[in-house]
Design a protein around this ligand. Structure first.
Ligand SMILES: CC1(C)O[C@@H]2[C@@H](CO[C@@]3(CNc4nc5cc6c(=O)[nH]c(N)nc6cc5[nH]4)OC(C)(C)O[C@@H]23)O1
Length: 370
């Protein structure tokens, strides 16, 4: 079994779990936030810096790496771990979401998806079999199945068709996935319809994947609706398999997801807003590029002990960002990744001490007041 989760403790008042996820490239603690490295790099960070912020498992993307530099090149380089010099676990998303979010540039059939590259408009055709070939060549520890993510909002009929195709494609992925040192995770769809979520889950649970992505969320639906879907879905998920909420998220969504039994998260938010000059602080978000910080010689977050907050002021980081100095977005990225990983560490400690609900209240009271 290349990937398995061992639940160390269940929080007394919620569905939250503390776990250890074992992979061919090492063991990580859950709940875990996975920094996104779409094109085989967590943008602006060296692997050592990602580790220094607390990152242990990173994401990369099949669609992007297939287009550039090509999965055959990555395989020739010795696989993704060697290519990007990351010796910890890696998860690759299947690109299902990317090709669907290309909008009019794609055509869906039972066989697969024809799409045009967002780079040069060239035509490509992804089938479950092709995506498995790509992911096995890349060599991540966890590979996501090729699925169809229904948009939000969408008609129930559309969500039914997408979940049924997702189930059929999951079977096709499983049939051709041979790499022993790579775990294939199924992805649950069903939009925001409780009965469809239950049906998608049961069909995929019957295939006995080692772990499950919860797809089709964080696609524009209200947060409360996402929480409702989780409230209905989690009770039927097996205790001994990892639950991975795809594309989530912000600090409040991470806490709410853990409360509902999610083990794994990924999101571009912390690194994306960092490149726009916005950082998370204990008092909410701070856009350090704003003029009000021009002569503010305090650290971005006075409660933070990350490299950026220990050594640089808001004024200096604002100056770097305003002058397009690359160090500026590197420092905001280091801070945001550290902030999120520190939040996850506090969440895991709160589970250990059965005080996750108190932690949620305390954290959000200050964070949302900012
Ligand atoms: C939150 C935030 C900042 O994250 C950004 C942007 C828009 O939302 C995101 C994050 N949400 C997200 N939902 C997903 C659902 C699936 C899914 O159903 N299947 C598969 N294979 N992969 C998925 C990946 C997902 N990512 O999705 C893209 C478009 C990748 O950019 C992200 O808002």
């Amino acid at each position: 079994m290349p990937v398995k989760i061992k639940i160390e403790k269940k929080e007394k008042h919620t569905r939250a779990r503390l776990g250890k996820l074992t992979t061919p490239h090492g063991e990580v603690e859950t709940p875990i936030f996975m920094p996104v490295g779409t094109q085989a790099t967590v943008k602006t960070m060296t692997p050592e810096e990602v580790k220094e912020t607390g990152g242990r498992l990173v994401l990369s993307n099949t669609y992007h790496l297939y287009l550039r530099p090509g999965h055959d090149l990555v395989k020739e380089a010795g696989g993704l771990h060697k290519f990007m010099n990351w010796d910890g676990p890696i998860l690759t998303d299947s690109g299902g979401f990317q090709v669907f979010s290309l909008g009019p540039l794609r055509t869906i059939t039972e066989e697969g998806v024809e799409f045009r590259s967002h780079i040069d408009g060239s035509k490509h055709f992804f089938t479950p079999e092709k995506v498995m070939e790509i992911e096995q060549a890349l060599g991540a520890d966890i590979a996501m199945a090729f699925d169809e993510c229904a948009p939000y909002p969408c008609e129930k009929e559309y969500a039914v068709a997408a979940l049924e195709r997702t189930t059929r494609w999951a079977e096709r992925c499983k049939r051709v996935h041979k790499r022993e040192d790579q775990a294939l995770f199924g992805i649950i769809q069903g939009g925001v319809f409780p009965d469809l979520r239950e049906r998608s889950a049961k069909e995929l649970l019957a295939m006995d994947f080692p772990g499950y992505g919860i797809g089709g969320l964080s696609v524009g639906e209200p947060k409360e609706l996402m929480y409702e879907v989780l409230d209905q879905l989690m009770p039927i998920m097996p205790e001994d398999k990892p639950r991975y909420l795809m594309g989530v998220g912000s600090p409040d969504c991470l806490i709410e997801g853990v409360v509902r039994g999610v083990d794994m998260f990924d999101c571009v938010l912390p690194t994306r807003i960092a490149r726009n000059g916005t950082v998370f602080t204990h008092n909410g978000k701070l856009t350090v590029r704003n003029a009000e910080y021009a002569r503010d010689f305090r650290p971005m977050d006075q409660q933070c002990d990350c490299y950026a907050c220990r050594n640089y002021s808001r004024a200096y980081i604002r100056h770097l960002i305003k002058t397009d100095e690359i160090l500026g977005i590197r420092l905001t990225t280091i801070h945001n990744l550290h902030f999120i990983q520190h939040l996850m560490q506090n969440i895991r400690q709160a589970i250990r001490e059965d005080r996750l609900l108190e932690y949620r209240e305390d954290f959000l009271k200050v964070f949302n007041a900012g």
